[in-house]
Design a protein around this ligand. Sequence first.
Ligand code: NAD
Length: 478
Amino acid sequence: MASKISSFQHYIRGTFQEADSFIDIVNPATEEVIGRGPVGSGDVVDKAVAAARAAQPQWAARPAIERAGYLRKITEKIRANVDRLARIVSEEQGKTLSLAKLEVAFAADYIDYMAEWARRIEGEIVSSDRAGEQIFVFRKPLGVVAGILPWNFPFFMIARKMAPALITGNTIVIKPSEETPINCFEFVRLVAETDLPPGVFNVVGGGRDTGAALASHSDVDFISFTGSGPTGSSIMTAAAANVTKVNLELGGKAPCIVLADADLELAVSAIRGTRILNSGQACSSAERVYVQRSVAAEFTDKITSAISATRLGNPLTDTDIDMGPLTNRAGLLKVDAMVQAAIKDGATVRTGGAQRSDGRGFFYAPTVLADCKSDMSIMRDETFGPVLPIQIVEDLEEAITLANDTNYGLTSSVYTRDLSSAMKACRELQFGETYINREHFEAMQGFHAGIRKSGIGGADGKHGLYEYMYTHTVYVQA
Ligand code: NAD
């Protein structure tokens, strides 16, 4: 009997290219194989980079407003296919259908936002020390971008790399995660229906080896990577050989501070939302809570009852669910190992604390752990799952000290109604982002960037856009 499972192809120089080898893609809710993703060898990566290189000068020579026109044709295609693309994202990644629709629609908005920069990219004219001299600072595209993507927001990540790259005159080779490539290959089909010039946008499938071939490629000018810290280090090492510029968006261990004067209802609702959204697999989700002693019992009771009401299910077949499975078995095992270690070290399970035992799929029960201490792994290492560890603190001072005592530095949040507490937190928290009285998401016009081991550089807004350009300073005596 013929297999109904689709195999996908690379997309290079505007044409679909058969792959020699494939990797199975699994639905995390059912553990069934739902597709076969192509795996690109070094030769395939060479071809894709050569295609991007060949297309880049002409692409950059077009007025930016023309490039914006091509991007807008792509967003029209996305908007006409939101429901279909969202089902694909849910099926291969495991998020709820409502979140997948939000992700796909947001990706279209994001591309449009970047297209709006067409008329806003600016250089500078600086006054010179020499008579009659003009100093011009031009902004120019870096050239060929390699975009290496994670699996947690797979569709949005395509937009986050492709849109700033293309509007600024770069061309790009995207490598989606081997866990969730189908949405990217469906996106490719939509791009292929537009008249985007061949070679401007290329996609190569594959996993670590394909990513490593891209990262070490001597003809890539900029590597824009989102993923885990260890992979980020490997990419930086590979890039070092060619002195290639890197932009690394890595993991986080976001602290969340709940003070005695906080609006507890708001804090509970926002923190529950961030913890179960995408099954806790978001780099900016609150990963550890520091709650002031006088409200600790009330907060813990309320968040426990809110989180224990979470409805788990298969995003495509169960209605009225709040959360799907984790995306892969490795994640499930890691989350459970961290929870069991915390329990062994003295944490108290208030709800959850185990894998879902009834049936298939990578489901983990939303978990609240009380009595956590700052030396536990659950308070120090990225969990990337639906687990909320809570530690009691005496005051804001102690909370800030513990929050800053981390290798990570991506996001952080504070709940308080006191302006001076909020401002003290803004001054003293050492993170790329802080949310006061809310959790993520970050805004497309902001700047999403981590410090310490959370990354180098950032994405979104003006600062994210200019990451894709270099400056060329020209001194004119004329
Ligand atoms: P990962 O590092 O395992 O994989 C990411 C990508 O890198 C995949 O496409 C993979 O094939 C590729 N890859 C793996 N090894 C490689 C190598 N040696 N060279 C080049 N490429 C290689 O990450 P993941 O598990 O897909 O994503 C989860 C992680 O991403 C979490 O740590 C999360 O915090 C982080 N993340 C960060 C942000 C952010 O904006 N900071 C956003 C989303 C996810």
